[in-house]
Ligand binder design. Structure first.
Ligand code: BG6
Ligand code: MG
Length: 217
């Protein structure tokens, strides 16, 4: 029996992945770099500064900016991103998420958030679901980002669950890899991408049966 749930945030709990895409695209275009949705997939689950580094490398500008200038670019992207979340509310929870969290609570299954986003607490607050989570891992405390398993191991430990007794939910390839390396059961959530290595994949959380899921090996 599985005993705890670890959730990614962007693209799993709410569709902020599209706002990250829009904000990065705008920032990239302001410095003469273009990228498409295929490249954007490689940014999912990746920290803010690592995402900027990948975008600069994509545009052959990896040596163009000083660390301070890069900080300013990342801040500009984040300011725009945060602005686009102004009206975020419980209506922006992805399908099936609220019911799933209620059922987890009914079954007394502890839940934690393993997101690379420094905006996670603010977003969960706006979505009205922060009280469902026993812990939100602070990405500033991590040595390595996804696909390293550290964030998932920390999340499971924070709710007193061994990784092998936990289920991780992810929409990004880097996240699925991290969950599997942590020794956890991986639920991939995506209607468009094939998530390699996921133990099961669904298009949305409405397809998940919590009783069946916790009995997974
Ligand atoms: C992840 C997103 O959840 O958080 C990435 O998938 C994002 O796209 C990363 O870059 C960091 O987010 P933030 O909010 O700290 O810039
Ligand atoms: Mg995600």
């Amino acid at each position: 029996m599985k005993k705890g749930f670890v959730f990614d945030l962007d693209g799993v709990i709410t569709d902020t992945a599209k706002f990250h895409y829009i904000a990065w695209k705008e920032l990239a275009e302001s410095i003469g770099i273009t990228f498409d949705e295929v490249f954007n997939e490689t940014l999912k689950g990746i920290s803010r500064m690592d995402s900027l580094d990948r975008i600069l490398a994509h545009g052959n500008q990896e040596n163009k900016f000083t660390p301070l200038e890069k900080e300013a670019l990342a801040e500009k992207k984040n300011d725009n991103y945060v602005k686009s979340l102004e009206d975020l509310s419980e209506n922006d929870l992805l399908p099936g998420v609220h019911d799933f969290l209620l059922k987890a609570r009914e079954h007394q299954i502890p839940c934690a958030i393993a997101s690379a986003s420094k905006n996670a607490p603010m977003i969960l607050e706006k979505l009205g679901v922060i009280s469902f989570f026993g812990h939100i891992v602070d990405p500033d405390t991590l040595k390595k980002g996804k696909p390293d398993p550290e964030i998932f191991i920390k999340a499971a430990e924070s709710i007193d669950i061994k990784p092998e007794d936990a289920i991780g939910f992810e929409d990004a390839q880097a996240g699925i890899e991290g969950i599997k390396k942590a020794g956890m059961y991986a639920v991939g959530i995506s209607a468009t991408e094939t998530l390699i290595g996921a133990d099961i994949q669904v298009a949305s959380m409405t397809e998940l049966d919590i009783e069946l899921l916790v009995s997974s090996k």
